[in-house]
Design a protein around this ligand. Structure first.
Ligand code: PXP
Length: 243
């Protein structure tokens, strides 16, 4: 049976644009509403330590005003844990974070920090929040994710998206192998970072991946085609490649 592939829309860069002028426009919550109307299965927002795009009030409004599940991306810090347990999103995706990076550059090193991740995940899970860990497609990281009892992982597709030719095919094989490994471990498998119309097909075709989270490309492309048509086109490409 073909599994449905969910599409999570990351609205961080609507907030980036808003913050460039300091006012209220464009509103990431309005963008989330439009994304849901266009077929998004969920909304993703990353509250960074430096609040460079999404702000605390955005997370609360997204949680209160959007009917679809909110996936709250955050670093595994005490500050973010307190916010997550207060806001109670449907899910939290734990990501590494460094102030100087432009975006999330690599996956979490769960294998190295199992002792810290295990209790952190337990606290979120006890709060009714479904946790995913953003990791590179490496077997050791998947094994560690299973040991710390994360129900889900998100495979970092950034290296695949940036690679060309044979190197990209190699990265695709790594992702497919990691998705199969996740299935054997009983981990729900998501993927994201850098996905666009040109590279999404082979990822959507990996049958055990059940969720893609996409932001930057779609928000940028919406300048040309509008947010609704852009999301609808991505949705239809995902469906075509899944069949
Ligand atoms: N998934 C995670 C965990 C991310 O950190 C990001 C970037 O915020 C994305 C997905 C979306 O990546 P992009 O904006 O490149 O589509």
């Amino acid at each position: 049976m073909t599994r449905y592939l969910r599409l999570g829309i990351n609205v961080d860069h609507v907030a980036t644009l808003r913050n460039a002028r300091g006012g209220a426009h464009p509103d990431p919550v309005a963008a989330a509403r439009a994304a849901v109307a266009a077929g998004a299965d969920g909304i993703v927002a990353h509250l960074r330590e430096d609040r460079r795009h999404i702000r605390d009030a955005d997370i609360r409004s997204l949680r209160q005003q959007i009917a679809k599940p909110l996936n709250f991306e955050m670093a595994a810090t005490a500050e973010m844990l307190a916010i997550a347990l207060d806001v109670r999103p449907h899910a939290c995706c734990l990501v590494p974070e460094r102030r100087t990076e432009l975006t999330t550059e690599g996956g979490l090193d769960v294998a190295k920090h199992e002792a810290e991740f295990a209790p952190f995940i337990r606290r979120l899970t006890a709060g009714g929040i479904r946790v995913s860990l953003f990791i590179d497609p490496e077997p050791a990281q998947l094994d560690a994710a299973a040991r710390v009892q994360a129900p889900a992982i998100e495979l970092h597709t950034g290296t695949y998206c940036e690679a060309k030719g044979a190197a990209q095919q190699g990265e695709l094989r790594r992702i497919a192998a990691a998705a199969a490994h996740a299935e054997r471990l009983g981990l729900e498998c998501h993927a994201g970072h850098g996905l666009n119309f040109d590279n999404v097909g082979p990822i959507a075709a990996i049958a055990t991946i059940v969720e893609l989270n996409i932001g930057h490309f779609l928000i940028g492309h919406a300048v040309f085609d509008g947010l609704g048509p852009t999301i609808a086109r991505m949705r239809s490409m995902m469906d075509q490649n899944r069949r």
